[in-house]
Design a protein around this ligand. Structure first.
Ligand code: NAI
Ligand code: MG
Length: 367
């Protein structure tokens, strides 16, 4: 078995606590002979700034490029509030995304049966939900030029952000989404606003053209505002959604909340495959460094363990093992184990380490 190389970047706050539980799962994968992972750890965020004055070192970036996948905990916290802008903890994460050219952000929204009650939506609306939102991450209105605030002669200020997309940017994100849809429920909803935006017109036309290569996938075009309504009304009508950077930012957070807690949400950010089929990839929980609970041993490690699960599926072709991780998470929840963020009446409150140990116990039982 060829060794797979991972770089772990625990980061700040609860990052190291939840990453320790990822290491526990990795150790089990190695011991069980299901995979051979080689992993090393480095600094990112505020802890990296404290150590060498940069939110990520060139050496850590080199390791990220050399690894088959990177798993990150979280960065930031009040301790670094006054650090110069270019060196703030988030700059480490932004550099990783930029230098690894991660243009596709995958945000699943899964509602575990045991947690249906934690959602603010009705049981029948969210029960069994398994949705994937694919957000374009490197183009669109967050990056388009011009982007400025100008003071006019009258003294009034005018601000502009430009929504800008090239065909190739839409083409490549559409292909990622069609591939994902093919491995899932074979349905893709492309979300834009072609009724009022030129980028929406181009988006729709490029996605329609790419569909020619994925005729086995059912494609629908949904206007972004309607998509927001439908996600609250009946999210199970969707399987895979592909959308731009701005709509994706909003819709993925909206969809995520149907599952109840930030501590449950994994994500993946992928780049383009090279000639050898290698794809740069960064996996991380959606949540931040949670300074309010850091060091208390109560952080929910499921989002980060779920991010490892996504790495197994999307970087290492270990779909069976990824299914096992998902089943182990569902299993411990079904047994009633809860970290405080997802605690419900009558359930058993556990800490970070106990949750990680229980997930490995469940993996052993299921395997
Ligand atoms: P946050 O996600 O860190 O925390 C929001 C709330 O959710 C807090 O009450 C926290 O205790 C809770 N929470 C988050 N993850 C949890 C987990 N795994 N288990 C249990 N509870 C959890 O967001 P916040 O407070 O806005 O930001 C805190 C710091 O994290 C800031 O410095 C921010 O810049 C940074 N941040 C970093 C991100 C990243 O590294 N990707 C993303 C979001 C924020
Ligand atoms: Mg957001």
């Amino acid at each position: 078995m060829t060794k797979k190389k991972l770089l772990l970047l625990p980061g700040d706050g609860i990052g190291p606590e939840v990453m320790a539980e990822v290491e526990r799962v990795l150790a089990w994968l190695n011991q069980s002979g299901r995979a051979q992972f080689e992993y090393e750890t480095d600094l990112v965020g505020g802890c990296a700034y404290d150590a060498h004055g940069e939110a990520i070192s060139d050496a850590a970036m080199d390791k990220a490029h050399a690894a088959d996948a990177v798993i990150l905990g979280a960065v930031g916290g009040p301790k670094w509030a006054n650090v110069p802008y270019a060196k703030r903890p988030e700059a480490g994460l932004l550099r990783l995304r930029k230098d690894m050219k991660l243009f596709a952000n995958l945000r699943p929204a899964i509602c575990y049966p045991a947690l249906t009650e934690a959602s603010s939506l009705k049981r029948e609306v969210v029960e069994g939900l398994d949705l994937m939102i694919v957000r374009e991450l490197t183009g669109g209105v967050y990056f388009g030029e011009p982007k400025e605030i100008v003071t006019l002669e009258s003294g009034e200020r005018r601000a502009v952000d430009s929504q800008l997309y090239y065909e190739h940017e839409i083409d490549r994100i559409a292909r990622v989404a069609f591939e994902l849809a093919r491995a899932r429920g074979k349905r893709l909803a492309s979300v834009e606003k072609h009724n009022v935006m030129r980028t929406g017109v181009l988006w729709k036309s490029v996605v329609t053209r790419v569909h020619e290569d994925y005729k086995d996938i059912e494609l629908t075009h949904v206007l972004a505002d309607n998509c927001a309504m439908q996600l609250v009304k009946w999210p199970k009508q969707f399987d895979t959604i592909v959308t731009d950077n701005l709509f994706g930012d909003v819709l993925s957070d909206l969809a995520a909340m149907s599952t109840g807690s930030l501590g449950m949400l994994p994500s993946a950010s992928l780049g383009a495959k090279d000639a050898n089929g290698r794809r740069p990839a960064l996996y991380e929980p959606v949540h931040g460094s949670a300074p309010d609970i850091a060091g208390k041993g109560i952080a929910n490690p499921i989002a980060t363990i779920g991010s490892l699960g996504m790495a197994l599926r999307y970087s290492f072709d270990l779909g069976k093992e990824a299914d096992l991780v998902d089943a182990a998470i569902a299993g411990v929840l079904a047994k009633g184990l809860r970290t405080p963020d997802i605690m419900q009446d009558g359930m058993t409150k556990v800490g970070t380490v106990e949750m990680g140990e229980a997930i490995v116990g469940e993996l052993k039982r299921l395997a």
